[in-house]
Design a protein around this ligand. Sequence first.
Ligand code: GRF
Length: 217
Amino acid sequence: MIPESVNKVRIGVLASGSGSNFGVIAQQAQAPNYPGEIVVLVCNQAQAQARERARHWGIPEHLIANRDYAHREDHDRAVVAALQQQRVELVVMAGWMRVATPVLLAAYPERILNIHPSLLPSFRGMHAVQQALNYGVKISGCTVHIVRLEVDSGPILAQAAIPVYPADTVTSLQQRIQIEEHRIYPEAIAQYIQDGYRVESVGSPTNGAIPATLDQQ
Ligand code: GRF
């Protein structure tokens, strides 16, 4: 009898912190009918709680501290080596506090997913929740997207929206966004695999990429 994992897509997760998204994906990937299995966690922070979660789920983990590398590309080369060693096919960023270099993107073109705590294309980059509060938006949420070179700019796979309340703080809004993250990220990963890693429509004539002229404004 062929083991069920033979047909599962091999997922590598990149995380820098708490790893709560990693945890829920690891849990859901235990289901026999989930189309992917997490075969490695790569972490760049020694103290990250994500590492404990990897031990809990019996997932091999690699600590690759970015401070050991002078250049971002060299760090990404080490990350790619760890992923390739485990024959990773799909990379899932889950609170990975590093900007992907062309080294990582070339190794896994259109095969890297990320979750961002805003309704992209609003509030890209760091401190997205604070930015949303500062702007006074009444609705916020989270976005799962494919990673491209421009930060938080790739084709969108899934989004969830939540109301922003007048009394919200960064902490309270972040907590409610994370509830939605935990719901949509495992689903979006599964859907991406089941769709054959294809995006049907990205709603943009540039196929999701930001034209250089716009990006520089
Ligand atoms: C999430 O809020 C995600 O949107 C952002 O980083 C956070 C990671 O949280 N990219 P966790 O480590 O999964 O708990």
